[in-house]
Design a protein around this ligand. Structure first.
Ligand code: 13P
Ligand code: SF4
Length: 317
């Protein structure tokens, strides 16, 4: 199935007939981003899912995002065009791992990145996304220990920004972002000395970027550690004519749309998330026709997870 005008017309017709809202994450294929009713980062899409007045939500993203939508809107039917779209980061900690970790630190506050399973969220005090992780941790009593999971690079960013030393960080990573490494970034930055650097905090190179800035190799004000939504805001404001982008390459589509005069270049052009790319034009059409794959979260698990996810959507902007 090619993303032709006929395809787009059929998607719109079926979505209307089903009273379905189509949401797409910033890492989706350009044709999926363009057809969605709303495109955004994890936090923005969770907020939209919580408020949507449609009967159905079709989540073009990965499984934990659709699960989060279901937790927030249990009475709606939530679907994902391909339920196999997982996440290597969410897979890096299980509920059993977390139970054992909590037993070691029984008084700690558990902060989980939204890239986790519903079961892990059910064992969590507050969830966060990359755009509000610093605000979430800053909202916690400074005397309490914090268990931050599962992303080690986002954890290091939060630790740096909050200056807390009582934050314990799980050693998980996203294989796509971890693969955007410091050497690649240093090479690109020295080849393009006037470019801004937009870096997602899940990247292995986030620390190297700050190191380069600390060494004076890159002007400090050019290094920006941002969520995908934050990158869009920064794109509209930048004075630079070129920006080097360290995140999943789907993001370039939204950035180029937001600021057509700026030259956005990937730090690593191979950083494509295979799970995000499972949501093809054919899969979206099939989902609208057949009503599958439906995403269900066991009510008891959803109930336990809801408070932590609701706290997440109430913190930060
Ligand atoms: P954000 O959209 O919150 O920046 O998340 C990035 C991500 O890796 C989602 O899988
Ligand atoms: Fe998960 Fe990484 Fe893909 Fe995001 S880019 S969905 S964190 S594997």
């Amino acid at each position: 199935v090619e993303p032709t005008q006929e395809w787009a017309d059929e998607v719109h017709r079926l979505a209307k007939a089903r009273n379905a809202t189509i949401l797409a994450h910033n890492y989706q294929l350009p044709s999926i981003q363009d057809i969605a009713h709303h495109t955004g980062d994890s936090l923005a899409l969770s907020r939209i899912a919580a408020e949507a007045d449609a009967d159905e939500i079709i989540f073009c993203g990965v499984h934990f995002m659709a699960e989060t939508a279901k937790i927030l809107s249990p009475d709606k039917r939530v679907m994902i065009p391909d339920a196999r779209a997982g996440c290597s980061l969410a897979d890096s900690i299980t509920a059993e791992d977390l139970r054992a970790w909590k037993a070691e630190f029984p008084d700690a506050v558990v902060v989980s990145y939204v890239n986790t399973t519903a079961e892990v969220k059910g064992l969590t005090d507050i969830c966060c996304t990359s755009s509000n992780a610093v605000d979430v941790v800053a909202s916690i009593d400074p005397d309490r220990d914090v268990l931050f999971l599962p992303d080690q690079f986002l954890g290091a960013h939060v630790k740096r920004e909050t200056g807390r030393d009582n934050i314990h960080i799980w050693a998980g990573e996203c294989h796509v972002h971890a693969g955007i490494n410091g050497d690649e970034l240093a090479d690109q930055a020295s080849a393009h000395p006037d470019a801004d650097l937009f870096i997602h905090p899940e990247c292995g190179c986030a620390t190297s970027a700050l190191y380069l800035a600390g060494e004076g190799a890159v002007p400090e004000e050019k290094v920006k550690i941002l969520s995908t939504g934050g990158m869009l805001d920064a794109a509209r404001e930048t004075k630079a004519s070129q920006v080097l982008v360290a995140t999943e390459i789907g993001m370039l589509h939204q950035l180029r749309r937001a600021a057509p005069d700026v030259d956005f270049q990937p730090v690593n052009g191979r950083a494509s998330c295979p799970y995000m790319k499972m949501i093809t034009p054919a899969a979206l059409l099939r989902c609208l026709v057949t009503g599958s794959d439906e995403v269900d979260v066991e009510p008891a698990v959803a109930e336990r997870a809801r408070a932590s996810v609701e706290k997440m959507i109430s913190i930060g902007n």
